[in-house]
Structure formats: structure tokens, C-alpha cells
Design a protein around this ligand. Structure first.
Ligand SMILES: Cc1cc2nc3c(=O)[nH]c(=O)nc-3n(C[C@H](O)[C@H](O)[C@H](O)COP(=O)(O)O)c2cc1C
Length: 486
């Protein structure tokens, strides 16, 4: 992020990458530097071997920067010109500034010496290079994916990201997931299996899709009280494509996806669920024969998950995995349609709960359709019927005018009119009349509702009967009571 924000082109390959993949990606993309995070206090034998391999095989012009808690310890065991430990992010900043300055100096010299010396430029700041392998056009199922796949092949993060962003802006989210994200994941998976894409490229694709998901969640998640769902894969399962696509769909249909990523210990999944009260926990099981460890982890998750959370298992090993879990709240998601079905069920339950809460409220709660002529009511709760004496059937489809009468203050109505026109909240106290003609003081609050594009869709009104307070206030201040309310 820091590198990207300071004008570099970061190629994020993600965690847990084999040394050969790091070297291969560096050979193909000619970076100025490779930054490796090492996060154990004592680097393991395997980490040390991997670092040696990377250091010895990196292109000569590429610097190797080690960050993280084990960086200083790891440094002496590897030998590579232009190798540094980054003690903190300040040091990262300094090295980035140095690279930038070197590059600036080089460009300056060339400009002074003229165009014919351009060939002498040192390696430019990282620029994507074309893949030597041709794009397997036969395997690309949709032409729309081809530019994205080509960009992934050449490690061109920015272009792949921009292409996906463009499609995300054009397509409804179900199409985006069904026609772009899933085929892309499948394609990248196949290409990885047949050896024409590397793990690094698979990681890069995951990073782009995670980024895309972040954007979708920001775009679609409702601002208040969305239903939370967790997404993860258990320890040892590194395939995150399935849970990524599922989280996108959930985010786009109004849920609050909490994406925890792949390879998460069972205790962590349980601990997060305890702290965040999700309605569902979606686990991807991506081997057809789940290992004994995965089965044991699933048993642990199923037995310790909060009672209010369901456990949903997706992926090719889901059905086998379910047999390990004796839990009435566990389901298999055979495909993304089934995910949709379960999401719709949860949403239905949530709406019914809110309905019950609205019905139980003492206040009147109404919703009007701001886009229909006359701003008619499309929802009234039981509290409204109790307060006004009008049944739901009598109120729906009408404007709230019918509550007003001869002594309703025109100034209060003008205040409402102005607020509705300007789409602002409003709070007024005005005299209204019940169906049987008796007056009451109504403390009315009206709030405009907007859709994700900021367009006005509805108004919500909340009515409270404040007659007792109004009359009490009038008496205590020695004012004359409103004769109609005596
Ligand atoms: C959601 C909503 C709830 C309202 N509730 C009431 C109400 O309880 N009592 C009332 O006198 N007016 C209420 N009004 C205001 C009237 O419906 C109407 O907007 C107001 O009289 C101004 O409109 P007019 O210019 O047609 O008179 C409500 C308006 C909205 C949008």
C-alpha cells in the first residue's frame, strides 16, 4: 500500500509463496526490489533455505528487502548485493525514496546526454512485461475475460484490476460473480493445474478479487444493522476463490461479509464468531478428501460456534466434511445458487424479526413512497393503528393528510413541506385527529431514505402521542388548555 501510494507499482503476490515462484515472478517482471515479510522470531530451516534460494537467483539488478520480526536474524544467512533489513515502515519509506531518487538522476543524465543514450538507462521502476507464453485463447470461455487473463499472465496488476473494476461498474453483481469472477477463478485454477499459470499469478488474482470485493462491500453494504456472515477456509486449505466469490455475493445482497481469508485455525474462527455474532459462518473445503485435521477442526468449529450462528460448508469436499459434523445448524452449499437460497432465508428471518419489533413498538411507524405522486403510505405498523384508530387497510395508499384537521397549525405543515422538498430530517409537534375525531398532539419525526446511488426513495415517519406532556406543560405554565383537548 505504501509503495503504491508513493508512485511505485506494487505487485502484491500474497503470503506463503514458494521461493521458486518468487524468483520466477521477478524474472518475468524485472522489479527494482522484492520485499519479503518474515514473521517468526526464529526463521525456520525451510525459511532460511528459501531465502538463500531467492537471494542467489534473483535478477542482479533486483534488490532484496526483508521486513518483519525475523528479518534481522535472516539477513546474515543470505548473501545478495543490494540486500537490506527493513526495521520499520520509516525505513521502507527511505528505501523507496532512494529508488525514486536513483531513477530521477538516471533520467536526468539521459536527458542531458540525449536520446541515443536511452539504452543505458538502469532498470526502470517496475513495469509490467508481456508474458512469453501465449494466452491460451481456446481456454478463455468469454472474450470479456481475455484482457484480464492477459494482464494476469504478464503480472500486470494495475490493468487486471482496472479491467475487473470496469466490468464491476457495468454488470449487475450476480452477473459479475456468475459470468466474470467464477469463470475467471475456474480458468486461473485450470491454468495453474496445467502449469501455464503460477501460484504467484493465482495469488495475484486473489489479491485483485479481494480488492474488488472490498469495493463491492463498500458500495452495497447497508449502513445500519446488516446481517453478518463470516468467510474462511480451515487450516491447511489455501484456496480462497470460493469464499471470495461467496463473500462478494453476500455483500452485494445486503449482508455484511466478514472475510477472514484462507488457512485459519479452528479456534480463531470460533473466537471471531464469538466476538462478532454472525448469523452464518461459511467455510470453503477445497479438497475432495478432507484431511483428518480438517475434519477435527470442523468438529471443533461446529461444537463451539455460538448457538445463533449456522455453519455453511462449500467446495468440493463439503459433503464429505459434513459427515464429520454432527450439528443441526450445518448445511452444505452445493453451488452458488444454494448460497443465494440460504441468504434469502436469513434475510427473510431478519425481516420478520424487524417486522415483529416494528409491530411491538409503542410509536406509530410509517413509510411513504417518495417517488409516487402524493407520497402515499406503503407501510404502517400496529402502533400507528393503535394511535390513530385507522386500520392498515384504511391508511395504506393515502397521504398522511387524513390526520390533520381545522386546528392543525399551518406553520407546522409548512415546516414539513419545506423539509420534504429539501429532503431533510424534520421534527415537529402538531395537532392531529384520530379516526373518531378526537384530537391528539403528535410529535412527528420524518427522515428521508436514499438508495446506494443517493437517490431519494422513501420517507420514514415516527409518530408519538405527547398529549399528556403538552397538556401538563400548558397547565404548569399557567397557559390556557386547548379547549378541544379538555
Ligand atoms: C412519512 C411521512 C409521515 C407523515 N406523518 C404525518 C403525520 O403523522 N401527521 C401529519 O399531520 N402529517 C404527516 N405527514 C405530512 C403529510 O403527509 C404532508 O406531507 C404534509 O401535510 C405536507 O403536505 P401538503 O403540502 O400536501 O400539505 C407525514 C409525511 C410523511 C412523508
Amino acid at each position: 500500500m505504501l509503495a503504491g501510494a508513493t508512485g511505485f507499482e506494487p505487485l502484491y503476490l500474497g503470503p506463503n509463496l514458494p521461493a521458486r515462484e518468487i524468483v520466477a515472478a521477478a524474472e518475468r517482471t524485472s522489479p527494482q526490489a522484492v520485499v519479503l515479510g518474515t514473521y517468526t522470531s526464529e526463521p525456520t530451516q525451510e525459511t532460511t533455505e528459501d531465502l538463500k534460494l531467492v537471494a542467489s537467483q534473483l535478477p542482479k539488478r533486483t534488490e532484496l528487502w526483508l521486513g518483519g520480526s525475523a528479518a534481522r536474524k535472516a539477513l546474515p544467512v543470505v548473501c545478495h548485493d543490494g540486500m537490506f533489513a527493513l526495521e520499520n515502515f520509516g525505513e521502507l519509506d527511505s528505501h523507496l525514496a532512494r529508488l525514486k531518487a536513483d531513477w530521477g538522476r538516471a533520467v536526468g543524465q539521459v536527458t542531458l546526454r540525449g536520446d541515443r543514450n536511452l539504452r543505458e538507462l538502469p532498470a526502470a521502476p517496475p513495469k509490467p512485461v508481456r508474458s512469453r507464453k501465449p494466452v491460451g485463447t481456446g481456454q478463455v470461455k468469454s472474450n470479456g475475460l481475455q484482457p484480464i487473463v492477459a494482464a494476469i499472465e504478464s503480472f500486470d496488476y494495475a490493468t487486471a484490476n482496472a479491467q475487473l473494476g470496469r466490468l464491476a461498474a457495468m454488470l449487475p453483481v450476480h452477473d459479475l460473480v456468475g459470468k466474470v469472477v467464477l469463470p475467471l477463478m475456474r480458468l486461473v485454477g485450470e491454468r495453474w493445474h496445467d502449469g501455464t499459470l503460477t501460484i504467484a499469478q493465482e495469488h495475484m488474482t486473489s489479491a485483485i478479487l479481494r480488492n474488488l470485493m472490498g469495493g463491492l462491500v463498500r458500495l452495497y453494504a447497508p449502513p445500519t444493522q446488516p446481517v453478518r456472515i463470516l468467510f474462511a477456509t480451515p487450516s491447511g486449505d489455501l484456496h480462497e476463490f470460493g469464499i471470495l466469490a461467496a463473500a462478494m455475493l453476500a455483500g452485494a445482497t445486503g449482508f455484511d461479509p466478514l472475510y477472514l481469508g484462507p488457512n485459519l485455525p479452528a479456534q480463531e474462527i470460533v473466537a471471531v464468531a464469538e466476538r462478532t455474532s454472525p448469523k452464518g459462518v461459511v467455510l470453503g473445503i477445497n479438497t475432495s478428501e478432507p484431511t483428518a485435521k480438517i475434519m477435527a477442526d470442523l468438529r471443533l468449529v461446529a461444537s463451539q460456534l455460538p448457538k445463533s450462528a449456522e455453519l455453511w460448508l462449500g467446495g468440493i469436499g463439503a459433503r464429505k466434511a459434513l459427515s464429520a459434523v454432527h450439528c443441526a445448524r450445518a448445511f452444505v452449499l452445493e453451488n452458488f445458487d444454494e448460497l443465494d437460497v440460504h441468504l434469502a432465508r436469513l434475510k427473510g428471518e431478519e425481516l420478520r424479526l424487524r417486522d415483529r419489533a416494528m409491530a411491538a413498538a409503542a410509536e406509530g411507524i410509517v413509510i411513504s413512497d417518495a417517488n409516487q405522486p402524493g407520497n402515499p403510505l406503503i407501510y404502517v405498523n400496529d402502533g400507528f393503528a393503535r394511535l390513530t384508530g385507522y386500520s392498515r387497510g384504511e391508511a395504506l395508499g393515502r397521504n398522511c393528510h387524513f390526520l390533520q384537521g381545522q386546528d392543525t397549525d399551518p406553520a407546522a405543515l409548512e415546516q414539513i413541506r419545506v423539509s420534504l422538498r429539501e429532503r431533510r430530517d424534520c421534527l415537529v409537534e402538531l395537532l392531529n385527529y384520530r379516526k373518531d375525531g378526537t384530537p391528539f398532539w403528535n410529535r412527528l419525526s420524518i427522515t428521508p431514505l436514499q438508495d446506494v446511488q443517493g437517490r431519494l426513495t422513501h420517507f420514514v415517519g415516527v409518530q408519538s402521542d405527547i398529549t399528556a406532556r403538552k397538556l401538563g406543560g400548558a397547565v404548569s405554565s399557567g397557559q390556557r388548555r386547548d379547549s378541544r383537548l379538555q
